[in-house]
Design a protein around this ligand. Structure first.
Ligand code: ZN
Ligand code: ZN
Length: 256
């Protein structure tokens, strides 16, 4: 598996997973130009893309979807609830209804090269999802934009060798920072985001020697890569590879 974090954070989120012959994209909050350039630079042919999966419809995850859908003609997967409850956002992002495929939580989606298991997350965007998937005999896990860790995420992450986990804010930076109280409450809340402490604890408890953990979706105002790196370094055993994905940067990895 060859994977790319094209970018992550409130500036945009986009993840690419490719077996070489088949590719899936999770979230597209970047321009078509950026996604195609980065894929070409890293040797992933655009004509191997089989599907796009959306975690939720906030623009930092979905603003590129309409264009990508029209250019590539690929199906766009989201939960039934996400489609039903976000019609105005779907229209605004110019996502074509005909190209949307919905799923119910609890069942697998089988595509060439990939079996994908969506699970519900807890965010202020209805029908939000995280994804666990298997490809070429290895399991992967991606959970971003969630105020709570859903019960089923524990087992799914424990089975995954490569994990992408939101670590949005440092508690102290958010508490003492400049955001108005209502916004702080939203971020802390059960439909907000995960803190560094929550993300690192979750990673520590679900990871085994040889696993890789990528911390993503860091806040620009309420976090620093150093704080997160230090916490992960203290808490997570050295046999687990940890990478803090700085906001707006690109990361590449291989597995299997
Ligand atoms: Zn987001
Ligand atoms: Zn969001």
């Amino acid at each position: 598996m060859h994977y790319l974090v094209i970018t992550t954070g409130s500036c945009g989120n986009c993840y690419i997973f490719s077996t070489g012959t088949d590719t899936i994209i999770i979230d597209d909050g970047v321009t078509y130009k950026k996604i195609t350039e980065k894929m070409a630079d890293h040797g992933i042919p655009i004509d191997t893309v089989r599907a796009l999966f959306l975690t939720h419809l906030h623009p930092d995850h979905s603003k590129g979807v309409g264009v990508l859908q029209r250019k590539l003609g690929i199906p766009v997967y989201m939960s039934e609830e996400a489609r039903e409850r976000n019609e105005s956002v779907i229209m605004r992002q110019k996502i074509e209804m005909d190209g949307i495929r919905t799923f119910a939580f609890g069942s697998d989606i089988v595509l060439p090269g990939f079996t994908v298991r969506p699970f519900p997350t807890s965010h202020d965007s209805d029908g939000a999802a995280g994804y666990a998937f298997s490809a070429e005999g290895l399991n992967y896990f991606l959970m971003t934009d969630t105020g709570l860790i859903p019960d089923e995420a524990w087992d799914l992450a424990s089975e995954a060798s490569v994990k992408f986990i939101e670590a949005n804010y440092d508690d102290e930076m958010l508490r003492s920072g400049p955001y108005p109280e209502f916004l702080k409450a939203r971020i802390y809340g059960s439909r907000g985001h995960l803190s560094n402490a929550e993300a690192v604890e979750f990673a520590r408890r679900t990871s085994h020697h040889g696993d890789s953990v990528y911390f993503v979706h860091l806040s620009a105002n309420n976090n620093t890569p150093e704080l997160l790196r230090n916490l992960a370094g203290r808490e997570i055993p050295s046999g687990i590879f940890c990478r803090v994905c700085e906001r707006g940067e690109m990361f590449e990895g291989f597995a299997g």
